[in-house]
Design a binder for this molecule. Sequence first.
Ligand code: PMM
Length: 270
Amino acid sequence: MTTLVMGVVNVTPDSFSDGGRWFTPGAAVAHGMSLLEQGADILDVGGESTRPGADRPIREEELHRVIPVIRELSRAGARVSVDTMRASVAAQALEAGASIVNDVSGGLADPEMARVVAATGVPFVVMHWRGHSDTMQGHAFYDNVVPDVCRALSERVGDLCDRGVGQDQLIVDPGFGFAKLAEHNWSLLAHLDALQSLGLPVLVGTSRKAFLGAIGVPKGGAPRPPAERDAATAATTVIAALAGVWGVRVHDVASSIDALHVVAAVEAVR
Ligand code: PMM
């Protein structure tokens, strides 16, 4: 099975990784097209920054950011996912051409989300989440992060299925950086097999996250800025692909595609 590459199109002024760069619809569409040319299988369009401490845009602002971009990219033939925690944004995004819903709250932030996903039958990314960005790092406590995250995701899956969502619609994501310290992120990356054993497709979103900026830096040194974390991200793509995950969500598509070519070349001669 080949790991899919989901390219990130953040239509936000304040994302930690690329805030403001693709904030106009034209710039966001051009960026999405360039990710497609680099080989992205899916474009993940989001209008809300989820960096720790971020404020939420109001619903109308989120719609204004994402809908024109989703419409254009879908028209151009892209497979688009909408990165939203709001059911009404998801519903309008699906009407505009999106075909996957990526909800970092796994349906917890908006009780209507399960109904929209069940009614439309689209793939739904259920991420491990413990609260909105303004408070999430206060919830980064685990007895044992890998089983704790696996258990929480199974509970979400059970709850969503009880509300009419098909199990075959679900993709699970451990939520790197969401209510997680660096040590939690490393443990989850080291034990992707545990997530795989939930029996559902797994999405890995490590791209440019803070734990990658901190490695290889002398003690007490400043972390590498997000734009200099793509080589480390590609290394995590290799780890994810070797674990057999369904997909990786990345900002720099080209380097992860290269990384996947390396994995495929090695697998081909095993
Ligand atoms: N991370 C971010 C946003 N959306 N969605 C999923 N499924 N998994 C993630 O890890 C994830 C996500 C935050 O990163 P960004 O601000 O660079 O988009």
